[in-house]
Design a protein around this ligand. Structure first.
Ligand SMILES: *Cc1c(COP(=O)(O)O)cnc(C)c1O
Length: 312
């Protein structure tokens, strides 16, 4: 965006650059703010766009916020909200963003993998119109940690930001694929090997089946828990995420925390909590390749037992 505005950020940095406005959904992941901090944009210098009850960015809010801003713009959208698992409406968001000449980046840490399944692909319809996407191998693909992917539509822009040159390094010919020209480091371990191994082992169908099994099991989890009086499913279970609160009214946050503590102490399964819509929820994320229906039944029974124990 800065190159388009006549400023070379690779050479001249951000001091004195035209200000870039970053638009970000109210329920975006904390790592985006961390990244904005690291690259010198600052986590506070963002325009926050309202989100709905599923944590999805509101297109009408984006439209009015973008209409007010001048200069280069970046919109950061999300595939897979960490609590609800839901997706920003990419079709509308990318249409608005493109009309304002913005760069669209998508945080799809786990949610982008829904693209692998014909049954769940519709959730991220329109996502392909973005300019860059981030997703993780170490979540749904089951690879070891730090196998993340940054996918950038414009290869030249990406290489320009990453490439370093020195006379001692091998000369690069036209059209050569030079791994170190795509990442910040010259030296790194071969993360591509476990990623390749997982994709090769699972295949296209295997990845789709993994996604579909986890989504089906999340639905089962919600059905089993929702049948128990006093347990409330707080999201539309569209993917692999289920958020749950326990008890009623103002006491619900404390009761939910007590149930989480009890579940953790019992040690049958693990769940933690998060703030959601001014209250507190238990977060359930079905993501392990080993998880089967029986695990969900055992886990739901453990949560229900903890809830009953907290009540007594
Ligand atoms: C996990 C997650 C991240 C952080 O990714 P890491 O690769 O674990 O640092 C960012 N965004 C979303 C939506 C996530 O679920």
């Amino acid at each position: 965006m800065l190159l388009k505005a006549g400023w070379d950020p690779d050479a001249d940095g951000l001091f004195g650059a035209p200000p870039v406005t970053v638009f970000i959904g109210a329920d975006a992941h904390s790592s985006l703010f961390s990244s904005l901090q690291l690259i010198g944009f600052g986590y506070r210098r963002v325009t926050t766009i309202g989100a709905d009850e599923q944590g999805r960015m509101r297109p009408d809010d984006l439209e009015s916020a973008m209409a007010e801003a001048g200069g280069p713009k970046i919109v950061i959208a999300q595939a897979g909200q960490i609590n609800t698992g839901d997706f920003d409406p990419f079709g509308e968001i990318t249409t608005i963003a493109k009309a304002h000449g913005a760069w669209v980046h998508v945080d799809g840490a786990f949610g982008l993998w829904a693209q692998a399944s014909p049954r769940y692909r519709h959730l991220s319809a329109g996502v392909e119109a973005a300019d860059s996407w981030a997703t993780d191998g170490h979540k749904w693909l089951q690879t070891p940690y730090d196998c993340g992917f940054a996918i950038v539509r414009d290869r030249a822009i990406h290489e320009r930001a990453m490439t370093q040159w020195s006379s001692y390094l091998p000369a690069i010919g036209q059209g050569d694929r030079v791994p170190s020209a795509l990442v910040p480091e010259l030296s790194r371990r071969a993360r591509g090997v476990p990623v390749y191994a997982m994709l090769k082992a699972l295949g296209r169908k295997g990845v789709a089946e993994l996604v579909e099994r986890h989504c089906r099991l999340a639905r089962l989890f919600a059905d089993l828990l929702g049948a128990e009086p006093g347990i409330h499913i707080r999201n539309n279970v569209v993917l692999n995420q289920v958020i749950v609160s326990f008890g009623e009214g103002a006491e619900s946050a404390d009761i939910t925390k007590a149930v989480i503590a009890r579940v953790q102490k019992d040690g049958v399964m693990f769940a933690a909590g998060a703030e959601w819509c001014g209250g507190w929820v238990m977060r359930l994320s079905v993501m392990s390749g080993a998880t089967q229906e029986a695990d969900i039944e055992i886990s739901a029974a453990a949560i229900i037992a903890a809830w009953r124990a907290v009540q007594s």
